[in-house]
Write a new protein. Structure first.
Length: 407
């Protein structure tokens, strides 16, 4: 019996996604593991693999469609011996239920012509033209596939004045009217999720901050010697040492490797380090699993691979979800010191600044050393001040004595 291929839930926060591209067409054969499509989620653009074997009988959702709900049918798969005429008898694909949505307070909304829930379906070009003309898409009927609003619909509405004036988009209340000319853009799904999660983190997690200055001259010397000996086979970065130090410090201070979830404390058995990577769409944190057990070269190679995937939007869910501790390094941008927002449900994130020469006093004498400032943001529900201080002391000891990370 034909099988429905459904829009998968590719992250815990995903309720809908954009079907960016079909990599298979109607009539193509597929087997389990074949990549069928690219889906843009609230995190990244991901490849969707087939879980059954058969032939693509019908594509229900064309590529370029935005706002496809999780578990909505996107194609029909024909099993061996079945024909297109069999599509009427469709077998539901069993998938995990879509993530439960948090109940929102009732809001007054203007009735919209072409919607699904509270979303208006329109092509990106139609949206841009409407925004530039301060036109609410809810006042337009769509003539595209499945009622989608296309460019011609918007241009005809503008030309004939068929869009109700009262539905023009009003300027936000925060604007005074004296601002210079500006342009308004719609953030990506990824940017919206980043904004929501960081706002929730700052509002709901009782942050406190601890800072230490680490002398890294010995680390820089060790790094240079290791890279010279490698003769191009690999190249360690300062960040590779920092990842390893974060993980080993968690091994030595395991109570810091915890989370507060639903009034319970979760203690993690391994140090899975989420490392912030800047992409065009926003910040994403691929995870180095069990970093405390890995050597510096393995961490370096894995981090390079994950960072490349992150910037290309090709990370799989298991590659950026489920970390236990986060690291954000802005030293490469010349930032001396900063405080990061905790990545829930984790309890800690370490913000690392640039290493720079500073005057210090050693044995009563003034000298110069390369100093790197590191600030730990801590969830006070899980980690008290003393425990956070013990963790940072352990981290500082490892950074300043890198040989302890190589043993």
């Amino acid at each position: 019996m034909p099988i429905e291929i459904l829009m998968p839930a590719l992250s815990p926060t995903m309720t809908e996604g954009n079907l960016v591209k079909w990599l298979k067409k109607e009539g193509d054969s597929v087997k389990a593991g074949d990549v069928m499509a690219e889906i843009e989620t609230d995190k990244a653009t991901m490849e969707v693999e087939a879980v059954d074997e058969g032939t693509i009988g019908k594509i229900l959702i064309p590529e370029g469609t935005e706002g496809v709900k999780v578990n909505e049918p996107i194609a029909i798969l024909l099993e061996e011996g079945e024909k297109a005429s069999d599509i009427k008898a469709v077998k539901k694909t069993e998938t995990a239920p879509a993530p439960a949505l948090e109940k929102k307070p009732d809001l007054k909304v203007i009735p919209q012509a072409v919607t699904s829930g509270d979303r208006v379906f329109a092509t990106p070009l139609a949206r841009r033209i409407a925004e530039e003309s301060q036109l609410n898409l809810g006042s337009i009927s769509g003539s595209g596939p499945r009622g989608r609003i296309i460019r011609d619909d918007v241009e005809q509405a503008l030309a004939h004045g068929s869009a109700a004036p009262g539905l023009r988009t009003a300027a936000p209340a925060l604007l005074t009217g004296y601002e210079p000319e500006y342009e308004v853009t719609n953030p990506s799904n990824m940017r919206k999720v980043i904004a929501r999660r960081l706002q929730e983190a700052k509002q709901t997690i009782p942050h406190f901050y601890l800072t230490v200055d680490c002398e890294i001259d010995a680390l820089l010397k060790a790094r240079k010697q290791i890279n010279t000996a490698a003769n191009g086979a690999y190249k360690l970065s300062v960040n590779d040492f920092v990842i390893k130090a974060c993980a080993l410090a968690l091994k030595h201070v395991p109570d810091a490797n915890s989370s507060w979830i639903n009034d319970q404390v979760y203690h993690y058995k391994t140090a899975d380090i989420s490392v912030a990577v800047a992409t065009d769409g926003g910040l994403i944190t691929p995870v180095i699993r069990q970093a405390e057990t890995k050597g510096l070269v393995e961490i370096s190679n894995e981090m390079k691979d994950l960072a490349t995937k992150a910037r290309e939007g090709k990370l799989k869910p298991q590659e950026f979800q489920g970390g236990t501790f986060s690291l954000s390094n802005m030293g490469m941008y010349g930032v001396k010191e900063f405080s990061a927002i905790i990545n829930p449900p984790q309890a800690c994130i370490l913000a690392v600044g640039a290493g720079e020469e500073r005057p210090i006093v050693k044995n009563g004498l003034l000298t110069a050393a390369t100093i790197m400032s590191c600030t730990l943001s801590v969830d006070h529900r899980v980690v008290d001040g003393a425990l956070g201080a013990v963790y940072l002391k352990e981290f500082k000891s490892l950074i300043e004595n890198p040989v302890m990370m190589i043993l």
